[in-house]
Design a protein around this ligand. Structure first.
Ligand code: PMT
Length: 429
């Protein structure tokens, strides 16, 4: 854009402080701009979650918003005086709207009513919220909330499209029973989803445009129509990796065995059941990928044949022999294929679930499977491995070992991705 009419070019955004992708909200200056709708009561939970994540929160409210929930609630939760009136000189001399707009690293607009979205799209600055929004150079995240017919109205959709065209992020409203007693789309997104979207916006995008494949969960190898061979993997580690890679800008394909975990936001998920299905899905996704991370606990064996009908206890006797066939080693196959191409192909990361001599076995797998990095976890530790929310891992590569402290799986995922990001960058050069 040219500034030829005596208008000063806007100053570049303030240089960003270093942001840990595992905790992008920590220390961040976040403005929560509240519009006047019934969903205001849910914003208390948004502010609480943000401050719990160590964000510095400045609440700004429209006059109508204060009629639903008073500023005292938000002042108590944020620890800062709430800004409600740009024309109140007393308020302005303390925390002017320009100052608030300038220091913001992110502005969350929630609930964004149809009226507020329209005023934003029109570039108005007629109250505290729109004044801050027009003055800020920070990214803006809008969480709409309104009646379903207002949401579907072409003018609302056009206004939203205008906001998106200038880079505004949107957390889509949910569907269901609305406060206006209509059923449909228009319910404010859940506070946890709004806060996760905020983290997504603020996280560094050091995997932007990279294609990352993650496998997660167990495989189920059928014995008969009701029984299977499986293992204790819950999918938590792999799902955390997929969500973390998406947060850092990667295009993520998650190949998941049978687990209860919900699809992570912004991730393409393929659900499979057996090792053979997992192999087909991972190999297809790996073509053209920048990295493949195998966190899945792939069953090493399957029944040599699957019985067509339920095996009957009475017909089989006291001892039953089950003949097993080895499953393909998916990761070793990817390693061998890459070696056959002279090393061309994705960064390959494997996990090693061990119960003793963890690092020694992990190093053996690094060589045997021809991969770049093995994440070793001792699955006998109570705070590591299967079906717990934390993990304690050792990163093993050709250069050595790095033991990471026990941490939530979402944090461990980012520390693994720090390595993956460096490996991908090194391969690209
Ligand atoms: O899912 P959670 O409950 O969160 O638990 C996480 C976890 C313990 C499953 C995870 O941290 C983990 O350790 N995953 C790998 C488990 C495993 O199968 O380890 P392994 O040592 O048997 O296999 C080594 C590597 O080869 C793994 O990357 C595995 O995905 C891969 N493999 C194994 C067998 C096989 N037939 N094909 C494979 O590709």
């Amino acid at each position: 854009m040219e500034y030829s009419r005596g208008v000063a070019a806007p100053q570049a955004s303030r240089p960003r402080r270093p942001v840990d992708p595992a905790a992008p909200l920590a220390g961040a200056e976040i403005v929560v701009a509240i519009g006047g709708g019934i969903a205001v009561y849910k914003i208390a939970e948004v502010v609480r979650r943000l401050t719990k994540a160590d964000a510095k929160v400045q609440v700004v409210m429209t006059p109508r918003a204060t009629e639903f929930v008073g500023p005292t609630t938000f002042q108590t939760l944020s620890g800062r005086r709430v800004f409600t009136d740009p024309w109140d000189l007393g308020q302005d001399s303390e925390i002017g709207h320009i100052q608030i707009a300038d220091r913001a690293e992110l502005v969350i607009v929630a609930p964004a009513t149809a009226n507020l979205i329209a005023r934003m799209a029109a570039g108005m600055a007629d109250d505290a919220v729109t004044s801050v929004l027009l003055a800020t150079r920070a990214p803006v995240l809008v969480a709409p909330s309104m009646n379903v017919n207002m949401w579907n109205h072409p003018l609302t959709q056009k206004n939203l499209a205008t906001l998106v065209s200038i880079g505004t992020h949107v957390v889509e409203p949910g569907e269901g029973f609305l406060a206006c007693r209509w059923i449909g789309k228009g319910r404010l997104a859940e506070p946890a989803d709004i806060v996760e979207a905020a983290a997504h916006v603020l996280a560094p995008k050091d995997l932007a445009g990279r294609r990352v494949v993650v496998s997660a969960g167990p495989t189920y190898e059928p014995i008969d129509p009701v029984r299977f061979l499986g293992n204790r993997s819950s999918g938590k580690m792999g799902f955390a990796l997929a969500a973390a890679a998406a947060r850092r800008g990667a295009l993520v394909t998650l190949v998941a065995g049978p687990v209860a975990e919900p699809d992570p936001h912004g991730v393409a998920v393929q659900r499979v059941e057996t090792a053979v299905q997992l192999q087909a899905a991972v190999e297809a996704a790996a073509t053209g990928a920048d990295a493949v991370i195998m966190a899945a606990a792939v069953g090493d064996f399957r029944a040599a044949s699957e019985a067509a009908h339920k095996l009957k206890r009475g017909e089989l006797g006291a001892t039953v022999a089950l003949e097993l066939t080895a499953n393909p080693d998916v990761l070793a196959g990817l390693g061998a294929a890459r070696a056959a191409r002279g090393g061309a192909g994705p960064v390959l990361v494997g996990f090693a679930a061990e119960t003793r001599d963890v690092v020694r076995y992990a190093r053996a797998k690094l060589a045997a499977k021809g991969v770049d990095l093995i994440v070793a976890n001792d699955v006998t530790e109570p705070d590591a491995g299967f079906a717990v929310d934390t993990n304690r891992v050792v990163l093993v590569d050709a250069a050595g070992e790095e033991a990471l402290p026990v941490a939530p799986k979402r944090v461990v995922a980012h520390r693994i991705l720090d390595r993956v990001t460096a490996l991908v960058a090194a391969r690209a050069t």
